[in-house]
Design a protein around this ligand. Structure first.
Ligand code: GAL
Length: 801
C-alpha cells in the first residue's frame, strides 16, 4: 500500500514535469528587427550587411511616421500619408532543442504585398494586407550557433489602393511556432456550441491533426473543458472520423454560464494529441456558450432574449498610433463604445487584428467580421481587385478559420458595397464566396453589405445565397422591407454617415445639411473656411442621414434587427466633405483623439440605462447672436434650462425625438440645465462663458502602466480659463515633457485638418482639448508635466510597473 502510494506520488510528479514541458513553443517574434525604407534586390540576401538600418520592434507602421502632404499618392482619402516600399530583416539563432521539430513563422497582418525570405530561400508572397498567413521554415532553418536571417519586403507603393488609410508595414504581431511533427493543424480545430431540441447546450469540436512524421502514427486526441471559474467540467476523447482523418467531440454542457454581451463568460477548451503515451501537442482556445437567431419578424435574439443590434463600423487604425495594432488603444476605443451602449462592431471592411476579437470576446461585443471592400471589380486603380481572382479563396478561408472560434463573431460579411451587385456577375461570385464560408462554418449567417437596395436590381441579393439581407443607407426603404423582401431577415450593415467636428456648431440645429449635396459634387460647395463641420447632428453626406433620423426608424420596428452606424470613431483618410488639408474622417461619434462628439450622448441616453444629461454647445458667442441649445437627457421626464438664473422653460421629449432644443439669445454668463423625474432633480449641467486661456488641466487614463509592448497611458489636456472653464476655441501650443520612466509616443487633438505630425511631444490643442499617449520605458514613477507659453502648467503622475 505504502509502495503504491509512493508510486502514485512519483507518477503525479512526473505528470507535473511532463505537463510543464509544453510540447508547443510559441516565441514572440516582434522584437529586434531592422528596417529600411526603399528597395534593393540585395536586401533579401543573408550576406547583406544591415547594421546601418534602423532598429525597431513590431508591430510597425511606417506611414504614420511620415508627414501629411497633398502629393502623397494615397491622396487625402488615404490620409495624405506616404506609402512606398520598406524592408524588415531579423537575424536570430535557434537552440538545438528544435532539431526534429516543425517550425513556422506566423504573420497576423502585413500591409501589403509581403514577400518573405529565410536564409536566401524565397518563401512566397501574400498580397492582401488584412489576412493572417504563415510559412513553414523547417527545411531552411539552422540551429545552434548558426545564424538565420528573415527578410520581408513590404510593397505599398502602388497607389491609390484603398479608400481609407491602410498603414504600411508589418503592422500586426509575428511569432515563431515550434511543434512536434505530429501537431494540430493551424486553425484546424473548430469549436462551437449548439442548442439541441431539448434546449440543452452542446459543445462541439472538430480537430485536424497534421502528421509530418515519416511514419504513420496512431494518435489519440483529448479535449478538456474548463468553465469560467477555472473548474474542469469535462474530459473528452476525440472520435476519429474516417472521412476527414480528423477528430470529433461532442458533449452536453450542464447549466452552462452563457456568453452574452452583458456577461461575456469564457470557457477554455484544451486539446492534446497523444502518440501512444507521448503527448505531442497541446493547443487551447477560449470559447463561449451561446446561441442566437435572426427572425424575419422579430429581429435578432441572443440566448433566446431579443436584442437590438446597436453597432458601429470601425476601421482598423488607432488614430495617432496609425495602423500598428496596440491592445491598450483598441481596448480604450472599445471601452468608450461600450459606455455609449454599443453591443456590436462591424470590422469595416476587412478582418481585424486577432487580438481585437479577443478583446470583443472578453468585453462582450458581437462582431460582424468582414472580408472585402471589392471583388474582381475595382474601386481604386491598384486595390485588391487584381489579386481577387487568384487569392479570394485563400483569404476568405483564412479569415473564417482564424476567427470562427471567437464567441464574439456572430456573422460573416462577404463584402462591402461590392460593384458586382450591379450586374449578373454578382450572382455566381456571391454563391461561390458563401460556399467557401459554409464549407468551414455553418453556425453563423452570411451577409453582404448592399448599397443597391432594390431587390430586383441587386444581383448579389438575386443569388439567394445570403442568410441575412444587409442594407447600407437608404433608410427610407426600411419601412417597406417586409413588403419588398418577403420573409427575409434584415440587418442595416451600414448607415448614418453623419459628419461633425468636435466642438464646432453651425445653427440652426434642426435643419439638415447634406455635405456634399449630391453626386454631382465631390466636396461641399459652401463649407467652412477652416474645414470644420457642425456637431449638432445636423450634417450628413448626401447618401446618409442624421444619427437621430436613423435610430428613430431602427428603434421603431422589431424586424429591423439593428444597425451599424458609420462610424464609431473618426479614422484616418476619407475626409468627406473636404479636400486637403482635411485628411481624416468626420463620420465618427468620437473624434480621432478619442473625445466624444455631442451625439455620443444621444446614443448613451437611448442605448444605456445610465441617467444622461448633456448640453451643447459651449457658451462663448457674440452678443445678440441666437444660439440653439440642444440637450440629450434620459431617466428623467423633463429638462429645464436657465440662463444666468432665469428659467428659459421646461421641455419634454416626445416619443420620437431624442433631444430637446431651445433657441436662446446669447448673453454671457452661465447656462444651466436640470433634468427631473417626478419633480425631483436627476442631474444638473452648467457651462459658463470662458475667458482667455490661463491654465492647463490634465486627466489620465491607465495611470499604472505595465512595462510591455502594448500598454499605454492616455492624457487628456484641457486648456481652461482662470475660473476653470474650458476655453472652447483654444488652440494653444502644448509641450509634454517625458522622463526616463515614461515617454510620449504620439499626440493628437482630433481636428480633421490638422497637418502637424502625431509623432511629437509638442502639439496644439483644438477646441480646448488635446491628447498625449505615453508608454513606459523602465520601472518607476514619472511626473509628466505639460506646459504652454503663458499658461499655468500641470503635472500628472504615471507609475510603470
Ligand atoms: C459607405 C462605405 C464606407 C464609407 C462610407 C462613407 O458607402 O461603405 O466605407 O465610405 O460610405 O459615407
Amino acid at each position: 500500500m505504502k509502495y503504491l502510494l509512493q508510486l502514485s506520488i512519483c507518477l503525479l510528479l512526473a505528470g507535473v514535469a511532463m505537463a510543464q514541458q509544453h510540447p508547443r513553443r510559441v516565441i514572440d517574434f516582434n522584437k529586434g528587427w531592422r528596417f529600411r525604407l526603399g528597395d534593393a534586390t540585395s536586401w533579401k540576401d543573408n550576406a547583406f550587411d544591415d547594421k546601418g538600418w534602423r532598429q525597431l520592434d513590431l508591430p510597425h507602421d511606417w506611414s504614420i511616421e511620415g508627414g501629411f502632404d497633398s502629393t502623397h499618392p494615397a491622396g487625402n482619402a488615404g490620409g495624405a500619408l506616404p506609402g512606398g516600399t520598406g524592408w524588415y530583416r531579423k537575424t536570430f539563432t535557434l537552440d538545438g532543442g528544435t532539431v526534429g521539430k516543425h517550425i513556422r513563422i506566423e504573420f497576423d497582418g502585413v500591409y501589403r504585398d509581403a514577400e518573405v525570405w529565410i536564409n536566401d530561400h524565397y518563401l512566397g508572397k501574400w498580397p492582401y494586407g488584412y489576412t493572417s498567413f504563415d510559412y513553414d521554415l523547417t527545411p531552411y532553418i539552422r540551429r545552434g550557433r548558426q545564424k538565420n536571417t528573415i527578410a520581408v519586403r513590404v510593397d505599398n507603393s502602388r497607389q491609390p489602393n484603398s479608400r481609407w488609410y491602410t498603414g504600411s508595414g508589418i503592422y500586426r504581431d509575428t511569432r515563431l511556432v515550434i511543434t512536434e511533427k505530429i501537431a494540430f493543424e493551424r486553425w484546424g480545430t473548430f469549436v462551437y456550441t449548439t442548442r439541441n431540441a431539448r434546449g440543452q447546450m452542446e459543445f462541439n469540436a472538430t480537430s485536424e491533426v497534421l502528421n509530418l512524421a515519416t511514419r504513420k502514427a496512431n494518435v489519440k486526441v483529448t479535449c478538456t473543458l474548463v468553465d469560467p471559474s477555472g473548474r474542469q467540467v469535462a474530459l473528452l476523447d476525440g472520435v476519429p472520423e474516417a472521412a476527414t482523418g480528423g477528430f470529433r467531440f461532442k458533449t452536453i454542457l450542464k447549466d452552462p454560464a452563457l456568453w452574452a454581451v452583458a456577461t461575456p463568460k469564457l470557457y477554455q477548451a484544451v486539446f492534446k494529441i497523444f502518440d501512444g503515451l507521448r503527448q505531442t501537442d497541446e493547443w487551447a482556445t477560449a470559447f463561449g456558450v451561446r446561441y442566437f437567431s435572426f427572425d424575419a419578424q422579430k429581429g435578432f435574439s441572443l440566448n433566446g432574449i431579443p436584442l437590438k443590434i446597436k453597432g458601429v463600423c470601425m476601421h482598423h487604425d488607432l488614430g495617432a498610433l496609425g495602423a500598428a495594432f496596440n491592445r491598450s488603444a483598441a481596448r480604450r476605443q472599445l471601452r468608450m463604445m461600450q459606455e455609449m451602449g454599443v453591443n456590436a462592431i462591424r470590422t469595416a471592411h476587412n478582418p481585424p487584428d486577432p487580438q481585437f476579437l479577443d478583446l470583443c470576446d472578453e468585453m462582450g461585443f458581437l462582431v460582424m467580421d468582414e472580408s472585402f471592400d471589392m471583388w474582381a471589380k475595382k474601386k481604386n486603380k491598384y486595390d485588391y481587385y487584381s489579386d481577387f481572382p487568384e487569392w479570394h479563396r485563400r483569404d476568405l478561408e483564412h479569415m473564417v478559420k482564424r476567427d470562427r472560434n471567437h464567441p464574439s463573431v456572430f456573422m460573416w460579411s462577404i463584402g462591402n458595397e461590392i460593384r458586382e451587385q450591379f450586374d449578373s456577375t454578382g450572382i455566381a461570385l456571391a454563391k461561390e464566396l458563401v460556399h467557401i464560408v459554409k464549407a468551414l462554418d455553418t453556425t453563423r449567417p452570411v451577409t453582404c453589405a448592399l448599397s443597391e437596395n432594390r431587390p430586383d436590381k441587386n444581383f448579389i441579393y438575386q443569388s439567394k445565397a445570403l442568410d441575412v439581407v444587409g442594407l447600407n443607407y437608404h433608410i427610407e426603404a426600411y419601412e417597406d422591407f417586409p413588403k419588398n423582401y418577403p420573409g427575409e431577415k434584415f440587418i442595416a450593415t451600414e448607415n448614418v454617415s453623419g459628419l461633425a467636428t468636435r466642438g464646432h456648431y453651425d445653427g440652426p440645429a434642426d435643419s439638415l445639411r447634406l455635405w456634399p449635396s449630391g453626386s454631382k459634387f465631390k466636396f461641399v460647395e459652401n463649407g467652412n473656411a477652416d474645414y470644420t463641420v457642425s456637431a449638432y447632428d445636423n450634417v450628413a453626406a448626401y447618401w446618409g442621414s442624421t444619427h437621430e433620423q436613423t435610430w428613430r426608424i431602427i428603434k421603431k420596428h422589431d424586424y429591423l434587427s439593428g444597425l451599424f452606424v458609420w462610424s464609431g470613431f473618426d479614422f484616418l483618410g476619407e475626409p468627406v466633405p473636404y479636400p486637403y488639408p482635411a485628411r481624416s474622417a468626420y463620420y465618427g461619434i468620437v473624434d480621432l483623439a478619442g473625445f466624444p462628439k455631442d451625439v455620443y450622448y444621444m446614443y448613451q441616453s437611448e442605448w444605456t440605462s445610465k441617467p444622461v444629461l448633456h448640453m451643447a454647445p459651449h457658451w462663448n458667442w457674440k452678443a445678440g447672436q441666437t444660439v440653439d441649445v440642444k440637450v440629450y437627457y434620459s431617466q428623467a421626464d423633463e429638462a429645464e434650462l436657465f440662463l444666468n438664473g432665469r428659467s428659459l422653460g421646461i421641455q419634454h421629449k416626445s416619443d420620437t425625438a431624442f433631444h430637446v432644443l431651445w433657441r436662446v439669445p446669447f448673453e454671457p454668463g452661465e447656462l444651466k440645465v436640470i433634468s427631473r423625474k417626478n419633480g425631483k432633480t436627476v442631474l444638473e449641467r452648467a457651462v459658463r462663458t470662458a475667458g482667455a486661456p490661463a491654465q492647463i488641466a490634465l486627466e489620465i487614463e491607465n495611470q499604472g502602466l505595465q512595462l510591455n509592448k502594448d500598454d499605454r497611458a492616455f492624457i487628456t489636456i484641457r486648456v481652461l480659463d482662470n475660473n476653470g472653464n474650458l476655453v472652447p476655441d483654444a488652440q494653444d501650443e502644448v509641450r509634454v515633457a517625458g522622463t526616463a520612466v515614461a515617454t510620449v509616443v504620439a499626440m493628437d487633438n482630433g481636428y480633421q485638418a490638422e497637418l502637424r505630425s502625431f509623432q511629437t511631444n509638442q502639439h496644439r490643442v483644438y477646441n480646448g482639448l488635446g491628447l498625449a499617449i505615453l508608454k513606459g520605458l523602465k520601472k518607476g514613477t514619472a511626473l509628466i508635466t505639460v506646459t504652454s507659453p503663458g499658461l499655468k502648467p500641470a503635472s500628472v503622475r504615471v507609475w510603470v510597473k
